[in-house]
Design a protein around this ligand. Sequence first.
Ligand SMILES: Nc1nc2c(c(=O)[nH]1)N[C@H]1C(S)=C(S)[C@@H](COP(=O)(O)OP(=O)(O)OC[C@H]3O[C@@H](n4cnc5c(=O)[nH]c(N)nc54)[C@H](O)[C@@H]3O)O[C@H]1N2
Ligand SMILES: Nc1nc2c(c(=O)[nH]1)N[C@H]1C(S)=C(S)[C@@H](COP(=O)(O)OP(=O)(O)OC[C@H]3O[C@@H](n4cnc5c(=O)[nH]c(N)nc54)[C@H](O)[C@@H]3O)O[C@H]1N2
Ligand SMILES: [Mo]
Length: 766
Amino acid sequence: MSKIHGSHWGAFEAEAEDGRIVSIRPLANDPDPSPILSGMAEGVHHECRVRAPAVREGWLKNRDKARGGDRFVEVPWDEALDMVAEELRRVKEAHGNESIFAGSYGWSSAGRFHHAKTQLQRFMNCFGGYTAQKHSYSLAAGLAILPHIVGNLDPLRNLTSWASIAEATDTLVAFGGIPIRNTQVEPGGTASHTTVPWLKKLAERGTHVVSVTPLRNDTPDFLNAQWLAPRPNTDVALMMGLAHTLVDEDLHDPKFLETYAVGGDKFLAYLTGEADGTPKSAEWASEICDIPADTIRDLARRMAAGRTMIACSYSLQRGDHGEQTFWMTMALACILGQIGLPGGGFGFGYGSMHGQGNPVPKMPSYTHSAGPNPTGSFIPVARVTDMLLNPGMEYDFDGERRTYPDIKLVYWCGGNPFHHHQDLNRLLDGWRRPDTVIVNEPWWTPTAKLADIVLPATTTLERNDVGASSRDRFLVAMKQIVPPQHASRNDYDIFSGLAGRLGIKDAFTEGRDEDAWLRHLYAQARDGAGALANRMPDFDAFWEQGMLELEAPEKPHVVYEGFRADPTANPLPTPSGKFEICCAEIAGFGYDDCPEHPVWQEPAEWLGGATAKDWPLHLISNQPAHKLHSQLDFVGPSLAAKLQGREPAFLAPADAEARGIADGDLVRLYNDRGETLAIAVVSDHVRPGVVQLPTGAWFDPSDWAKAGTLERHGNPNVLTLDKGTSKLGQGPISHTTLVDVAKVAETAEPSDPFNVPDVVARPAAE
Ligand SMILES: Nc1nc2c(c(=O)[nH]1)N[C@H]1C(S)=C(S)[C@@H](COP(=O)(O)OP(=O)(O)OC[C@H]3O[C@@H](n4cnc5c(=O)[nH]c(N)nc54)[C@H](O)[C@@H]3O)O[C@H]1N2
Ligand SMILES: Nc1nc2c(c(=O)[nH]1)N[C@H]1C(S)=C(S)[C@@H](COP(=O)(O)OP(=O)(O)OC[C@H]3O[C@@H](n4cnc5c(=O)[nH]c(N)nc54)[C@H](O)[C@@H]3O)O[C@H]1N2
Ligand SMILES: [Mo]
C-alpha cells in the first residue's frame, strides 16, 4: 500500500516491500512534478550511506587535526555518544559555549519536526548555546538591506502574486530570468507545482517577457522572451541606464517619487550626473553592461508604455555589492511609479523558488522551535572561513563592529559546507583549525569525509514528519516508508541520547517522542491559526487524510496596494514611512561599499575589470536542474546528466573555438584559487565570455590530505571568491568569479566522488 510523503521538491506517494522502497510516484494532482523524485528510492538504499557511527583514526589515536584522507573506525552507538558528550563538556568547560560552532547552515529535508539544524540548535541551546549563522546563503545581502530601505521583507516574502501578473502585466522584465528548474523547489515542499501553469497564462495573455541573464535558457521557450545578455554583475548599471532614460525622456513619475519615496531628488542628481559629473545614461550603461544603448532606451520606453513588473532573482544579490541590485530594483520601480498597482512594481525571487508569487492563504504555521540561544553569538552566514582562520579579528556587519569567536568544536547537522561555501581550498585550511568536527549525515558526503566523528542519520523516508511552507497551500503528512537503514538514528534520537548524558534531556525532549511532538506542533499550529483553526481537523483525521489543503485566495495579491491608496494611513515601517532611495540609517554607518543611495561600484572581479586580462571568463555557478544543491548527486537524474562521470560546463562557441575546445572535451576550469575538471558543452545559450558550471557536484580533490589539489568532479566552489558583498550584508558572492578554461589530455585522473572512506572495525586491543 502506498503512503504519502514529502520533499523540498514536492510531495509524493511511496511504496515499500520487505523493507525496501519499490516505488515513488508524484501526486496525481500535481500539474508539474519534479524529476528529482525518481532518484530518491535508490538514494535511501545506496551504498554510500553511513552505516554506523565512525570516528577518524587520527582523532581517535592522538586528536590530530589532519581531517581528510585517513581511515575511520566504527564504534558502537553508546561509545560514540559518550565520546561526543565528553568532548562537548570539555570544550564548554575549557572555552565556553561560544567556542562551539553549530550554525550548521543547510537545507536537510522537508519535514518540519525532524529539521536537522533545528534539532541541533535546540539541543545546543539547552546546553548553554553556541555560535550561530545569521541570514542565508540564498539571500544574505537582500535580508540585510531590505529592512533598512522598505522596513521589512514584503517585496520578498509577500510579493505580488502570479495571479496579478497573469491578469495585468504587459511587460515582465526579469533580471536573472525565470528559470523554471529552480521552481521545482520550495523549503518544506509543495503538493502542487504551479509556476509553469502560471507562466503559460502569461504566454496566453501575450505578456512581453524580457529575460536579462547571461543564459538564454534561464527562461522557458514558451514565453518567447526577449533575451538581453549583459556582462554578469552589471545589472545595477543597466537599471541606472533605464532609470536615466525614463527621467531624460520625461517618462518617470515625479509624483510617485515625492509621495512614496525619500531621497528621490538626491538620487536623480546622481543619475543625471549633476552630483558627480557622470550621467548614468544609456550610453554610460552600455559601456559597462555591453547592451546597445538603443536597446536600453527602447526597453525603458516599453516599460513606461504599459503595466510593468520588474522582477529580480535572488542570484543577483549573490554577487559583489549584491545589496545594490535589490536597492536599485526598488529605486527603478519608484521612478517608474507603478508600485501598488495590479501586475506592476517590483518583486524579488520570481523563478528563484516555487513559493515566490504562488497565491496562498495565510497558512497555519507548522514549525519546531530551537528556542533562544543564551550566548547570542553569531557570524554573518558566509563568513565561516574568515571566522575559523581569524579568531579575535574585528569586522563590520550591518552597523555593528563585531569580533570573530575562537572556535574549538564544529558540529554540522543537515548541511554540506563542502558543497555550499566559496573557495573550498581556503575553507579546508580553516576546517583544520578546531579541535573537533562532528557531523550527523545519512551519506558519506565530502563534509562527512572531512569530519572526526560521523553519526549516521536517517533519511526522511525512515521517519514520520509533517511538511509545510508558509508559501504553499498544503500541510503534508510525511509517513514513514521504511525502517531506519543500517544503524542510523533520527537526529532527534541522537540529540536525545546526548541530552541524557549531559543532564538536559527533559529540557530537550519535554518528555515527548516523535508522535507526541508531531501532535504537539499540530496543536500549536492550530492555536496560532486564528479563523483558519476550524478548517484544521484533529491530528488523527489529518494524518488519516494525509494532507490538509486550503484554497488559494480568489483576489490576486498586490503588494503595497494599501500604501499606494493611502500612504498616511498605511505607511511603510521605515523611519520615513516611505521607500528609502536615500537611507539615513545606512548613510550613518559610513560604509564606503554601501553608501547613502544605490550606486554602481565595480565588483571585485568582472569582465570589464583589470583582472579580466588574466581570467577572461565569468563563471556562473547557478542552481542545478537535476538535484537540490548536493542532495542526491549520486543517483537518478543528477547522475544521468553527468558526462563521463563529471559535470558539464557550458560555454559559447566563440570561446570554445578560441581555446581549441570541442563539445565533449575534458576541460580544466581554473584561477588563482583552484582548479576543477568538467566536460565541455558548447552552447549558444551562453553569452560569450561566460562559462556555466552548476553547483552540486560532490567535492572530489585528488589529494584529500592537502588544500589546493585538483578537484576532479566539477565542483565550482574551488574557484569562487570568498568575500562579503559589503560591510552591510557580508553575504556570499559566488556569482562574482573569473576563471579560464583549457582543454585537458584524456589521461587525467578519474573522478570517484561517491566512494566510501575506509571504515574498519575497532581493533580488539583498543
Ligand atoms: N557556487 C555556488 N555556491 C552556492 C550557491 C550558488 O549559487 N553558487 N548557492 C548557495 C545556496 S543559495 C544554498 S541554499 C546553499 C545550499 O547548501 P546546503 O544546504 O548545505 O546543501 P545541501 O546539499 O542541500 O545540504 C544538505 C545536507 O543535509 C543532508 N541531509 C539531508 N537530510 C538530512 C537529515 O535528515 N539529517 C541530517 N543530519 N542531514 C541530512 C544531505 O545529505 C546534505 O548533505 O549552497 C550555496 N552555495
Ligand atoms: N532544481 C533546483 N532548484 C533550486 C535549487 C536547487 O539546488 N536545485 N536551489 C534553491 C535555492 S536554495 C535557492 S536560494 C534558489 C536560488 O535562486 P537564484 O539565486 O535565482 O538561482 P541561480 O540558479 O543561482 O541563478 C538564476 C540565474 O541568474 C542568472 N545570473 C547569475 N548572475 C547574474 C548576473 O550577474 N546578472 C544577471 N542578469 N543574471 C545573472 C544566471 O544565469 C542563473 O541561471 O534556487 C532554489 N531552487
Ligand atoms: Mo539557497
